[in-house]
Design a protein around this ligand. Structure first.
Ligand SMILES: Cc1cc2nc3c(=O)[nH]c(=O)nc-3n(C[C@H](O)[C@H](O)[C@H](O)COP(=O)(O)O)c2cc1C
Length: 307
């Protein structure tokens, strides 16, 4: 809050009340309870876990992350300890007042159901189905581009857990609205957009791609216009809430997503640019902007730019 003008930056996503619209995006600082607690202490409105599968996955050999001028290119290959181990981590956060959203990936409907049930047992507030990893063969885009499968996975998880289900989508598709509509038809409670944008970096001295996986996912400042366009199109055509993610580093970036139609935002690579405090900083900047522009409630900003 600034001066004596009070602004309300709370928001609600699929019935989950958030003290502010910022969430930690999946995959950054969320592999264990200790790092997630640090982000909670930095005032994130919610935490999304690293995407977790049924068994331990090592991920790809190095190099897996490259810092570029305007973003970050990564092909981690979904390294994670597996759902059983993850239960231990989440049990350490079970008294947290900050909602924890369990991100899961699987090869088929059965795996998603099993993972969803575990995340529910571990006390997650919601599930995020990662149907959009650009570099994990068999677990990402192959699933997220198959409309009947997106619908089936979403509805089967919904039928088997009682948590809100968010579906995270990729921008690496011809028509993101079509895929989101399949998720909505499967009773998804919200859409998360976007995952990283497929990219590659070549070492010109060696004459070969730098990442061990060759292709990676691009994130950070450079992808914001892509995320904004996706959120705008999704909010225009769907009836469920949209959570915006991609390139947010400032309060104004978050406001752009809200105006495009998002009801909350996620921040990942921004942590590399502005540190763990980015959640506090972005919230302070949103409050300041609202005060200057005479908005009292954050929810008044949602969809303002929908024309
Ligand atoms: C190093 C790294 C690891 C990531 N791992 C995951 C993941 O496990 N699951 C997922 O859904 N998204 C993952 N993402 C994508 C982010 O959650 C986010 O959608 C994307 O980076 C765009 O947001 P940003 O520009 O704020 O980073 C990862 C991104 C990065 C940079």
């Amino acid at each position: 809050m600034f001066g004596d003008t009070l602004v309300d930056i709370t928001t609600t996503v699929a019935g989950i009340k958030l003290k502010n619209p910022t969430m930690l995006a999946s995959g950054i600082m969320d592999e264990d309870a200790g790092s997630m607690q640090r982000i909670i202490d930095c005032d994130a409105g919610a935490i999304v876990t690293k995407s977790v599968g049924l068994t331990t996955r090592q991920g790809y050999p190095n190099p897996t992350v490259i810092e570029l001028d305007h973003g970050i290119l990564n092909a981690m290959g979904l390294p994670n300890p597996g759902i059983e181990h993850y239960g231990l981590e989440l049990s350490l956060l079970k008294n947290s007042k900050t909602p924890i959203i369990g991100s899961i990936y699987g090869a088929n409907t059965k795996e998603f159901i099993e993972l969803g049930k575990k995340m529910e047992d571990y006390g997650s507030s919601a599930l995020e189905l990662n149907l959009s990893c650009p570099h994990a063969k068999g677990y990402g885009l192959e699933i997220g581009c198959d409309l009947p499968l997106v619908r089936e996975i979403t509805s089967s998880v919904k039928d088997n857990v009682s948590l809100p289900v968010f579906v995270k989508l990729s921008p690496n598709v011809t028509n993101i609205v079509e895929i989101a509509t399949a998720a909505e038809d499967g009773n998804a409670d919200a859409i998360v957009a976007i995952n990283t944008v497929k990219g590659m970096k070549i070492d010109v001295e060696l004459g070969k791609p730098i990442l061990s996986n060759k292709v990676g996912g691009y994130s950070g400042k450079a992808i914001k216009p892509i995320g904004i366009r996706c959120v705008y199109e999704l909010a225009k055509n769907l009836h469920i809430p949209i959570i915006g993610v991609g390139g947010i580093t400032t309060g104004e970036d978050a406001i752009e997503y809200l105006m495009a139609g998002a009801c909350a935002v996620q921040i990942g690579s921004g942590i590399y640019y502005r540190g763990l405090d980015i959640f506090k900083k972005v919230c302070g900047e949103i409050e300041q902007w609202m005060k200057v522009h005479e908005y009292k409630k954050l929810t008044e900003l949602i969809g303002v730019a929908q024309v």
